[in-house]
Ligand binder design. Structure first.
Ligand SMILES: Nc1ncnc2c1ncn2[C@@H]1O[C@H](COP(=O)(O)OP(=O)(O)OP(=O)(O)O)[C@@H](O)[C@H]1O
Length: 262
């Protein structure tokens, strides 16, 4: 299969350990190109661990992880090249406080390209425009609302035009209006720029409307993978417990595998 026809992400028989503990096992997943996939699951279920396997931070204990048509490399240079194709929006935004919004967005372009200053300035302007924040170019992060800061972080994550976007809890700490803006932006950027997006989140009800696929992980494995519509209709007790946020059911309230192993 041509690398461009391959799914954006493919996991086959993957097991992920942290130290001697198995966090997730039996992972078989495909994320189609162009899609938005919501990765859901209770706290401590291993969502961030799954993301770490996609970016090569965590080497699987078993199985294969392919991203953008190639196995995640172990060799440092090849890994860095792959990481440039993955835009990551982290929970804390990660903006540098002594740089303006525009300078924050320019940073990956300055670090990873040799483009002339004028071209970088133009690209930064385009990215700010893409997130609806052209007027905030010269503002420092402390001068921005939580929602605006998240949009600047998003503009920085797309600075190098990565084909794959990973969002780790993009709505955490935002009010409902700002959440709506971010979730619409994620959907719009995915469609307009032809990206593939993976959103790890607790915010099930805000995220499912823009998702093409949903994956639920709990108790160390994938308990659901399919469309959001089928997810809501699923009779699976684990899935229902998670969707309804009930403490009692097949997901242990403290779902950490450490508790299970104890
Ligand atoms: N670097 C690490 N070393 C050891 N254990 C870890 C490490 N990172 C995570 N874990 C453990 O792996 C398990 C899964 O954690 P992970 O952060 O992947 O879950 P999560 O679903 O992303 O949780 P949350 O929704 O709370 O962010 C947890 O029990 C956690 O304590």
């Amino acid at each position: 299969m041509d690398a461009n026809d391959a799914p954006a992400v493919r996991l086959a028989g993957v097991r992920l350990d942290r130290g001697t503990r198995t966090i997730l096992s039996g992972l078989d997943l495909e994320v189609p190109r162009g899609s938005i996939t919501a990765v859901l699951g209770p706290s401590g279920s291993g969502k961030s661990t799954l993301l770490a396997a996609l970016t090569g931070e965590l080497v699987p204990a078993a199985g294969t992880v392919e991203v953008l048509g190639q196995p995640v490399p172990r060799q440092q240079r090849a890994l860095l090249a792959l990481r440039r194709s993955i835009g990551v929006l982290l929970q804390g935004n990660g903006l540098l406080t002594d740089l303006t919004a525009a300078e924050n967005i320019a940073l990956p372009l300055r670090t990873h390209t040799r483009l002339p200053r004028a071209v970088i300035d133009r690209l930064v302007e385009m990215k700010l425009h893409a997130v609806g924040l052209r007027a905030a170019a010269d503002a420092y992060p402390r001068e921005l609302s939580g929602g605006m800061a998240r949009r600047v972080a998003l503009a920085r994550a797309i600075a190098l035009d990565p084909p794959l976007m990973i969002y780790d809890e993009p709505l955490t700490g935002l009010d409902p209006i700002a959440s709506g803006v971010i979730i619409n932006l994620i959907s719009e950027l995915n469609d307009r720029l032809g990206l593939t997006s993976i959103i790890v989140t607790h915010h099930v009800h805000e995220t499912l409307p823009i998702a093409d696929r949903a994956v639920v992980i709990a108790n160390g494995r994938v308990v659901y993978s399919g469309t959001p519509g089928e997810l809501q209709a699923s009779g699976d007790l684990l899935v229902q417990q998670f969707l309804q946020g009930k403490p009692d059911g097949p997901i242990a309230f403290d779902s950490s595998p450490r508790a299970e192993a104890a």
